[in-house]
Design a protein around this ligand. Structure first.
Ligand SMILES: *Cc1c(COP(=O)(O)O)cnc(C)c1O
Length: 463
């Protein structure tokens, strides 16, 4: 399988090459040249597979013979052994035809473990083979950071630098990042917001001359294709449990960078019978405005109870737009270049295609708290605020016939502010994290300044 850039000015790359970079050299994002299409019979034959077996089936065509099947199987099995539920991604009923896909049973309690546990091991495998060292650089609105550190820190081939917005992540999120041990681990708290962190990371990737010789940057954000790839698997897993391919299901996906929901979109294109994909946003509603009103423009950032979705510009949306523009890289580049300067829209026909597959809703903080309280009263289940946004959006958009599955993207103990605001008792951290607040923290506060950051990286890479 080869990968092409959404901006069209870069030769097709292998999976390994795409794994070891971030943005394509032309500033675009890598997407697979084509998608495997699975027949109903094939999907039906997956019904009895365990989660790791299913993962191997789904991702193998995207990797081809670049990594031998046996090695890939070991990587996957080891990755999901870290999860504290035997089903890995258990599906449970909320009420009626509303379902919850619990994606928070990994080591850092958010869905990002599904991809980053594997990504860390894939990197280690490839870098060992190539006898190469790299620098991992990532921006996080809270959950990517800890998941990336957990997934990658054991590799001797990486130095990891994670930028988070100073004082804009939850206490648990910060502690989970800053207490990770290791002399190859660096947390930088940037005096700015998440978009500032993303901007710095993007600039560093564009000009890597500051790095020591023979090093390159590797992205752990969802611009890294391997992350999206691993997330396709749980859409199949959940739909199979509800009777796919013989029954349609819908998904509601709490969305920030559009990575997770893009994986659902790919699952549908690969043949999974998905009816609707609901894009659930908080007050930062650019995607909701686009889907519901064909209006694509930035506004100001709101700080909400669901900080992992406090994002102005969803980086992965470009991957979807590329499809919507029928792989016309010139039209896409033009669209992206005009973005931020004016309010953009797509043609009527394109917008119709958007609405054929996607629904959307924007849920504010008050409503988030209300739904947390409401669901707790209904079923005794405590939702984290991101999941609550998803459940509310599902209730706004659902029909009576089709089961709708909300992706529970984080464990409620990670986001106690919203739980307290909903008037509920705070949940306990799972066992392996009960001493989190006693662990020693290490992080450096840095100005929102690209050269300060690149200097720090240069001076702290291990020789
Ligand atoms: C990252 C994250 C999201 C948003 O996911 P995207 O792939 O960026 O859309 C939602 N909820 C939680 C808890 C997250 O950590």
């Amino acid at each position: 399988m080869k990968y092409i850039s959404t901006r069209g000015k870069c030769s097709p790359q292998t999976f390994e090459e795409v794994l070891l970079t971030g943005l394509a050299p032309d500033g675009g994002l890598f997407v697979p040249e084509s998608l495997p299409e699975l027949s109903c019979d094939e999907i039906r034959s997956y019904q009895s597979l365990s989660y790791p077996e299913l993962a191997l089936k789904i991702i193998s065509p995207f990797i081809g013979n670049e990594i031998p099947a046996g090695a890939l199987q070991v990587i996957i099995e080891e990755s999901y052994r870290e999860f504290d539920h035997p089903d890995i991604a258990p599906l449970s009923r909320l009420v009626g035809n509303e379902w919850i896909l619990e994606l928070y049973h990994g080591p850092t309690l958010a869905f990002k473990d599904f991809a980053l546990q594997v990504l860390g091991r894939l990197l280690d495998y490839v870098l060992t083979k190539k006898e190469q060292r790299v620098v991992i650089l990532g921006a996080t609105s809270g959950d990517t950071g800890s998941a990336a550190l957990e997934g990658c820190r054991h590799s001797d081939h990486v130095d990891i630098f994670i930028l988070h917005p100073y004082k804009r992540v939850s206490d648990v999120q910060r502690k989970q990042m800053t207490t990770v041990p290791g002399d190859n681990v660096f947390n930088l708290a940037i005096e700015g917001n998440f978009d500032d962190c993303q901007r710095i990371v993007k600039a560093a990737f564009t000009d890597q001359a500051f790095l020591p010789e023979h090093r390159q940057l590797v992205a752990v954000n969802s611009i890294n294709w391997a992350r999206i790839l691993m997330q396709i698997v749980y859409y199949f897993s959940a739909a199979l449990k509800l009777g796919a391919p013989d029954r349609q299901v819908s998904f509601s996906v709490p969305t920030g960078n559009f990575g997770d929901v893009f994986a659902g979109y790919l699952a549908k294109r690969m043949g999974l019978p998905v009816d609707r994909l609901v894009v659930a946003t908080n007050q930062n509603d650019i995607l909701h405005r686009f889907i519901s009103a064909n209006e694509y423009s930035t506004t100001n950032l709101s700080k909400t109870f669901s900080p992992s979705m406090d994002i102005l510009v969803s980086s992965n949306f470009e991957r979807y737009l590329f499809d919507l523009f029928d792989l016309d890289a010139i039209a896409l580049s033009d669209f992206m270049n005009r973005f931020g300067k004016e309010t953009l829209s797509v043609s009527e026909q394109q917008w119709q295609r958007v609405k054929d597959w996607f629904d959307s809703a924007s849920v504010d903080d008050d409503t988030t708290c209300e739904i947390i309280a409401e669901v707790f009263k209904e079923s005794g289940r405590l939702l984290d605020p991101h999941t609550a946004v998803g459940v509310k959006a599902a209730r706004i958009c659902k029909d009576d016939q089709t089961p709708i599955i909300t992706l529970a993207t984080a464990h409620p103990a990670k986001f106690s502010d919203a739980i307290a605001a909903a008037g509920l008792a705070l949940p306990e951290l799972p066992k392996h994290l009960t001493d989190l607040f006693e662990r020693e923290e290490r992080y450096t506060v840095m100005p929102n300044e690209i050269t300060e950051i690149t200097n720090f990286i240069k001076n702290n890479c291990r020789p």
